[in-house]
Design a binder for this molecule. Structure first.
Ligand code: NVA
Length: 255
């Protein structure tokens, strides 16, 4: 397969050319289109008009391709999915949390979302998960002790791509929801694993994390370096699985 990358400076989609027109042009030239951007409406308009498979590579609302890699990793580690206890902690209404909630429900995985009330999933997403559920439990709470009994803990960045929010306000809101040793102890499961879709704010070795450290004094945000390093085998297995799972997705939809 050959891949052509079209960044926002290469095309005029939505600016000088409607999404529908761009979809028709690209659909006539390519066998499939993956959209990784912000607006869910754009990926839906592409899918409606392109006449070729359109994959959602991430929007503000959903991150479905990440799910295939995540649940593949869980299956590789535990060898089963149904009945697993998966807990997501942090920004509970971002693209990853929404997708985990619905995918876990579909696969019979018991899902707990732990987040402050203002960052919990929209009722619409919870309802969708309930409709799609094949029997797993769905639990939304702001209480970190609900992590007790987790087989896997999942976290993600506290500020997602394209979000226009005050970083400090978000940190203050989510500080108690950091994945650290205390949180792992609350699971009462010494075998608990931690997943993260990456990138992770676990040290001060990036430009942004360095600025955060210099401005506010935090060395890590959603996950401590101690936990990240201890769990890095499974976290990087999850990252590698993005490759294998996206190949499977492309093959399945093009074959
Ligand atoms: N919630 C994150 C996911 C990154 C893969 C973001 O949208 O930035």
């Amino acid at each position: 397969m050959q891949v052509t990358y079209l960044g926002s400076s290469e095309i005029q989609m939505g600016k000088k050319e409607s999404v529908a027109d761009t979809a028709k042009v690209l659909g006539s030239m390519f066998d499939g289109i993956e959209y990784r951007g912000f607006s869910q409406q754009i990926v839906e308009d592409l899918a409606e008009n392109a006449n070729v498979p359109v994959w959602n590579g991430l929007t503000d609302e959903w991150h479905p391709t990440q799910m295939i890699a995540d649940f593949m990793t869980l299956k590789e580690h535990f060898s089963y999915l149904e009945g697993l206890n998966l807990t997501y902690i942090g920004d509970g209404r971002n693209n990853v949390a929404n997708s985990l909630l619905v995918t876990a429900a579909k696969l019979g995985v018991n899902i707990t979302i732990i987040a402050p009330k203002s960052l919990q999933p929209d009722q619409e997403v919870i309802d969708l998960a309930k409709i799609q559920s094949t029997g797993g439990t769905i639990h939304i709470t702001d209480d970190i002790t609900a992590s007790k009994g987790s087989d896997a803990i999942y976290t993600d960045v506290w500020l997602s791509m394209g979000e226009d929010a005050d970083f400090k306000e978000r940190i203050d809101l989510l500080w108690d929801y950091q994945v650290n040793q205390n949180l792992l102890d609350l699971t009462e499961n010494p075998e608990v694993i931690v997943l993260h879709c990456l990138p992770a704010f676990h040290n001060t070795k990036t430009e942004i994390s360095k600025t955060i450290y210099e401005t506010y004094g935090y060395e890590s945000l959603e996950i401590t370096d101690e936990v990240f390093q201890a769990q890095s085998d499974i976290i990087f297995q999850e990252a590698e699985n993005r490759l294998h799972s996206i190949k499977a997705i492309l093959y399945w939809s093009l074959k």
